[in-house]
Design a protein around this ligand. Sequence first.
Ligand SMILES: [Ca+2]
Ligand SMILES: [Ca+2]
Ligand SMILES: [Ca+2]
Length: 326
Amino acid sequence: MKIRLIAFLAGVLLVVNTVSISAQPVPGVDENIPYLVTFGNKGEYAWGDDNFCQMIFFAIPESYTEPIYVRVFDPEIGGTLDEQQSDWDTKMRYEIYGGIQSCSHPDAKKMNLDGDYDSGTLLASKTFGNDSKYDGKWYTFGPINPTEGENLPREGGNSFKILIEGVSGDDGNLYKLYISSSPDENVDVEGAFAYYFRYKFRMHDNRDQIAHIYPYMDNEIVSIKQSNFDWDNDGIIRIISVNKNGEKMAVSNDANWVTSEHKVTEKEKNSSWDIQMIKNKDALIKSNNVVIYLENQYGESVKFYSVPIGGIPRYVYNIGLTPKKK
Ligand SMILES: [Ca+2]
Ligand SMILES: [Ca+2]
Ligand SMILES: [Ca+2]
């Protein structure tokens, strides 16, 4: 009886989650990823960016009608943070798109650079180089009227696409984003969230830090093929979910792609996986830039949210009480 009661309580704890879609930094707080990375288009693939382009999407609830702003930290390429290759000679263009097809176009979701990845209506654009004025500072795009987004109720409302592209040079740009209701500071837009289909980022140097990403398993996904690039054998990548207690993904080494396939169970549908990137404890791997994306059984891109939907996933305890042994 006592065991039954404990099992019941454990079950209750599992359904209590912390739904909190109220923060719009990218990378998200729960991701524990310090910066996004994009290189100039003359960069070497071996430095950890496979196509010198990053695309981040965000959705604003239809009920929200105030102006919004996209803020970028350290948008320039030079000085602090950034990854220098000989001279600072990189230029990077930031663009914000709304309107029809900006977010729903398959080439945008796939980041198909030979296709219409830059679909939609261009709302704002600026190109940065080595400019100390913006070094270690925030730059603000906007105001943007939420109704200028692509209206996608199923995706969470009025949606926008931020495109960051290296247009010259070979240096690495580190930066982060914030979707804000204020032009001067980072203030959450209530109910808004950021999402993406392919993520390019810098890992922490500290070996004790664990990075997370949260792909969402909708109810049509039965299997996942994950691909990652240039992981530099920096430890392990594993899946935590209601049914997975650390299922390992294949990991790449220097400048190569690897893939692995993973089944999606019924219980995992309509929830996020917690993909954990646990650094190698035996080697100090610094300045590690990584690319990762997931596809479903039809080869379609799978969406990640910068905040986990339904809270951070926990695996189901095996027969109630103790975590499953590996
Ligand atoms: Ca800088
Ligand atoms: Ca350079
Ligand atoms: Ca930068």
